[in-house]
Ligand binder design. Structure first.
Ligand code: GUN
Length: 287
């Protein structure tokens, strides 16, 4: 029986710690403000943005909401970011992705002041992570490190395989595991013998965006399995059920693993908790 890593519980612990910290800082006259920008009306983005604003309110962070129409031009968005960069009351800026076609995401990410880049997407913060300097770290991979540490899982010296190489999850995840002294391999769509490679992992972190791709055959007995994927599974009867699943086939992986994250309730809730952590850090590092 694997230990089920409870992301809901751990994220709540982190949010409660932050809430207390924010309360103390407030008494010293310090307040964090997160500017949240959403362009267009993508329903999934709407849900994420709402959850982020709710978490702010729980912790005691002020959130400013900017809901822009889908026709917004790149220049208009850049102008708003510039205003927020200059606004001393704003400690963090979050631009919800994806953005509409007419807007270059990389350009937007680079326009956010690295000191307010609570998503950890700016090249300066990514560079800081590479060379081991302090900076904002992408929230999902930072949350996975917290899941491992707070579940008592040792990282140093372990063979870690990260499946997926996105800028938001795979690459920063590999760098963070390296910082924790794991031996890290990054696998991707062109990797050969993926199954054999994964079977060598003591810690297997999967972020490929393919529902239940990782079956039992990919998992070494006793491995720790972290599933970043989230998909709405088909119920196989012509309709769609509400059941969510990850990139890992949980029913096959759980009997083999020593510890595993469920979907939902594993990695998912950690992303927002770490975003809140970054917001508090952004406020604390203000001069
Ligand atoms: N879209 C999906 N995930 C994220 C995230 O972590 N940050 C932002 N800004 N947009 C996203």
């Amino acid at each position: 029986m694997a230990q089920i890593i409870d992301g809901k519980k751990i994220s709540q612990e982190i949010k409660d710690e932050l809430r207390e910290k924010v309360g103390v800082l407030k008494m010293a006259g310090k307040e964090a403000t997160l500017a949240v920008i959403q362009v267009g009306d993508d329903p999934a983005s709407g849900v994420y943005v709402n959850n982020k604003k709710k978490a702010c309110s729980y912790i005691g962070i002020r959130s400013l909401s900017y809901e822009l129409p889908k026709e917004t031009t790149e220049e208009e968005l850049l102008a708003l970011i510039e205003t927020l960069n200059r606004d001393e009351r704003v400690s963090g800026i979050l631009v919800q992705l994806p953005l509409p076609m007419q807007i270059d995401e990389d350009k937007i990410i680079m326009a956010i002041s690295p000191k307010k880049d609570v998503d950890g997407f700016h090249p300066e913060n990514v560079g800081r992570l590479v060379i081991g300097e302090r900076g904002f770290v992408s929230c999902t991979p930072a949350g996975i490190i917290q899941l491992l540490k707070r579940s008592g899982i040792e990282i140093a010296g372990k063979n870690c395989v990260v499946v997926g190489r996105s800028n938001i999850v795979g690459k920063p995840m590999a760098l963070l595991m390296l910082r924790e002294n794991a031996t890290v391999t990054v696998a991707h769509s062109k990797t050969q013998n993926l199954k054999e490679l994964c079977r060598q992992a003591d810690i297997l972190i999967v972020a490929i965006g393919k529902p239940q791709f990782i079956t039992g055959e990919y998992i070494k007995e006793g491995a720790v399995v972290i599933d970043v994927g989230i998909h709405r599974a088909e119920n196989g009867e012509g309709g769609t059920s509400k059941k969510l699943c990850g990139d890992v086939c949980f029913d096959q992986a759980e009997p083999l693993a020593s510890a595993i994250t469920p979907v939902p309730g594993g990695v998912g809730p950690m992303t927002i908790a770490m975003l809140m952590n970054n917001c508090v850090e952004a406020m604390q590092s203000e001069s």
